[in-house]
Design a protein around this ligand. Structure first.
Ligand SMILES: [Zn+2]
Ligand SMILES: [Zn+2]
Length: 392
């Protein structure tokens, strides 16, 4: 089959690789009809995630048709159309029983690597380094799906791929980010990053009761999307001082909840941004926490900070004093996708979300290397790319 293969920083190639096969009775093989590039794939592309190996197949947002199911998979059949969650979870361990699927204790065969780096291991993830299992990803024509009896959700034929594909990651990720804000109704929520997860976080914040949502970015097309589509007030961080603007907009108090939908490769201005860039380049700091610092400082006293943005390792100059003295709550985590599939599918069906509107580019899988470049450079107004593995 054809697959998008990682060969190093900025080096993706479309290659012929062996077709996947069933290894365990709970596996299934999916023939992929649509797959997407995620903002977090850029961290791999830019070489900031350790334990990648040349030859790794990328991609963790994909859907398609089952062409083979293992003997222990009773709830799905060959021919079923499914969306596959990016988190791989066994469904029966301590964490899966608590519906904390991204913490599954059984799905990361390389748990020892993650334990060395993070103390304990989270779940395995498709196409996201050997630290999270070394699983082949879904930017390919086929993929093997472990624990297929608990992960993938079956989709009726009347819903187009583009309406449901993002159930695999970014829609639940944005939703969980808003849910983690613990909204009771009437809050002001600020969202840093108007990429795909940011947009869904804004829309979810409205659904969960926010009274005002303020969105922060610097790219005009993303800010326009945040105001026109997601109905947020917007701030351009290259035009205004965000901390000051947020204070002004909230009577000096600060937003009740703040969401960091940017993560480890934040851009910024001024001395701290330069400091982070240099330290990251010299490998003295793995992540650039520009946004996280601002989020922590901007949130109102006693407020909640929610972090869906991906962080990999160690950050510098985190304002812990601000967190402690001002009674902030910090909520984060890889998304427990399995928990959200059914309720969010229903919300898509009801029209609460119209995920297809996010897509700015549709390309054949063959063009994946070019698509990554475009997406990284935000060229041509690129916000979200969907790749078609069977298109030429
Ligand atoms: Zn993702
Ligand atoms: Zn589990």
């Amino acid at each position: 089959m054809k697959a998008n293969v990682w060969h190093g920083k900025g080096d993706m190639r479309i290659e012929r690789v062996p077709d996947p096969s069933i290894l365990n009775p709970r596996d299934a093989i999916v023939k992929i009809t649509s797959t997407a590039i995620c903002g977090s794939d850029l961290h791999l592309y830019n070489g900031y995630v350790p334990t990648m190996e040349a030859g790794d197949i990328l991609g963790h947002e994909f859907m398609g048709e089952l062409v083979e199911v293992g003997s222990a998979v009773k709830n799905l059949h060959v021919g079923d159309r499914v969306v596959v969650p990016f988190t791989i979870a066994c469904g029966h361990c301590f964490f899966c029983e608590r519906h904390e699927h991204s913490l599954c204790e059984n799905s990361n065969p390389n748990a020892w690597m993650a334990e060395k780096m993070w103390g304990h291991s989270p779940a395995g993830v498709f196409g996201y380094s050997h630290l999270t299992g070394g699983y082949a990803g879904g930017q390919a024509q086929y993929a093997r799906v472990p624990y297929a009896d608990t992960g993938p959700i079956r989709i009726d034929d009347e819903l187009a791929d583009e309406q449901v594909l993002f159930l695999s990651d970014i829609l639940p990720t944005g939703y969980m980010a808003a849910e983690n804000c613990g909204l009771q109704g009437g809050e002001v929520v600020a969202v840093w990053g108007c990429g795909p997860v940011g947009q869904f976080a804004i829309q979810s914040a409205w659904l969960l009761g926010a009274e005002r949502v303020i969105a922060i970015d610097r790219f005009p097309e993303r800010l326009a999307m945040a105001s026109d589509w997601s109905r947020a007030e917007t701030l351009d961080y290259e035009q205004v001082d965000i901390g000051e603007a947020l204070r002004d907009m909230t009577g000096g108090r600060g937003p009740d909840a703040c969401i960091d939908a940017v993560g480890m490769e934040a851009h910024g201005t001024g001395m701290m941004a330069t400091y982070d860039r240099i330290k990251q380049m010299m490998r003295l700091e793995s992540d650039r926490p520009m946004v996280l610092r601002e989020v922590l400082r901007s949130c109102r006293n006693g407020g909640t900070v929610s972090v869906p943005g991906v962080y990999g390792g160690l950050v510098d100059k985190l304002p812990m004093g601000s967190v402690m003295n001002r009674s902030l709550t910090l909520k984060t985590g890889q998304t427990h996708v399995q928990r959200y599939l059914q309720p969010l599918l229903e919300r898509v069906r009801r029209g609460d979300f119209d995920p297809g509107r996010l897509i700015t580019h549709r390309m054949p899988l063959d063009d994946a290397p070019e698509a990554y470049r475009m997406f990284r450079d935000k060229a041509d107004g690129c916000v979200k790319v969907v790749l078609k593995p069977w298109l030429h």
